[in-house]
Design a protein around this ligand. Structure first.
Ligand code: PMV
Length: 304
């Protein structure tokens, strides 16, 4: 059984697509996958009750079919294989579900073949899948899914792990609507085409916030990290990536003691991430968000 974690971007989504820095970490939950030799190639995605047969697709041009074919071709796996995926994270919520599926599938193929790809090679192979869903992925999701941990990511430079002075206690809450990363990235690209100076300025500011946030994490300055997350959210909202529901969830998190919160992932729906000072506050935020109908969970990241 192969595993790959989901991720949460603490700061820097979208800016990372424009070559800037993002701060992200792996979750303690994600995707498990298995691969077995079989008479025909088949992929079953348990949580969504989805079953597909790549290479025999007829009229099936669904992204998931194309992505599976692209992944198997990138891996160089020519034989029929039966793939099975189960998930402990929701899809379309900015938690890196699709990248984690790809990484878990590559690891499952490695288990089957006895190959031992490095984390970087696994991330690269997984990009074949991600390109179908995301168009021009920065690579942050596949990198975190294959490397795990907490750190800074920049396309071209890769991942630099950082050591948190104290583990971070986060509350992740679903806004109840999913969004397409590809669509949201295109939404920002349209704004960039119209007014490149404005969007570049926003991205440059986000880059500075993410770098400062990394120092705040290393030095255990939680209040500062929370404030930086709030500022990052404002910049994302100025790019029209927030929603009314996300703003409501932010209000609830703030009222119950969050040090800061922001949308995480592509936005336009998806999830909120809030920073709590301790477990008790995190539970209070989680309970309040759940009482308002949001699916929420507490996660600790950055523990050594
Ligand atoms: O929505 P997610 O989990 O796929 O996060 C995407 C992060 C973006 O910066 C919006 C896109 C990217 O490729 O980095």
């Amino acid at each position: 059984m192969a595993f790959a974690p989901g991720k949460v971007i603490l700061l820097g989504e979208h800016a990372v697509v424009y070559g800037r820095t993002a701060l992200a970490c792996a979750l303690d939950r994600g995707i498990t996958a298995t691969a077995e030799r079989s008479a025909r190639t088949h992929l079953r995605l348990e949580p969504w009750g989805l079953s597909i047969t790549p290479f025999e697709r007829g009229d099936d041009h669904a992204d998931i079919t194309l992505a599976t074919e692209a992944l198997l071709a990138a891996y160089g796996f020519g034989e029929p294989v039966s793939l099975f995926v189960s998930a402990q994270i929701p899809a379309g919520n900015g938690l890196g579900c699709s990248a984690a599926i790809a990484v878990a599938l590559v690891r499952a193929l490695d288990e089957l073949t006895g190959a031992a790809h490095t984390a970087d090679e696994i991330a690269d192979l997984s990009l074949a899948w991600e390109r179908v869903f995301h168009g021009t992925p920065s690579g942050i999701d596949t990198t975190i899914a294959s490397r795990g941990g907490l750190g800074l990511f920049r396309t071209g430079e890769g991942f630099s792990p950082i050591l948190a002075r104290h583990p971070l206690t986060l509350v992740v809450a679903s806004s109840g609507t999913t969004s397409s990363t590809k669509t949201m990235v295109e939404h920002v690209a349209t704004q960039h085409a119209r007014n490149p100076e404005r969007v570049e300025r926003a991205m440059e500011s986000i880059d500075a916030l993410a770098r400062n946030a990394s120092l705040a994490v290393e030095h255990g300055r939680l209040a500062e990290l929370g404030a930086l997350m709030d500022l990052n959210h404002s910049l994302l909202a100025s790019l029209m990536l927030s929603t009314e529901r996300l703003e409501t969830l932010r209000g609830i998190a703030r009222e119950h003691g969050a040090l800061g919160s922001k949308l995480t992932g592509a936005g336009g729906g998806g999830a909120l991430v809030a920073l709590a000072v301790d477990d008790e506050t995190a539970r209070a935020i989680e309970v309040a968000l759940k009482a308002d109908g949001s699916e929420a969970f507490v996660v600790k990241v950055g523990a050594p």
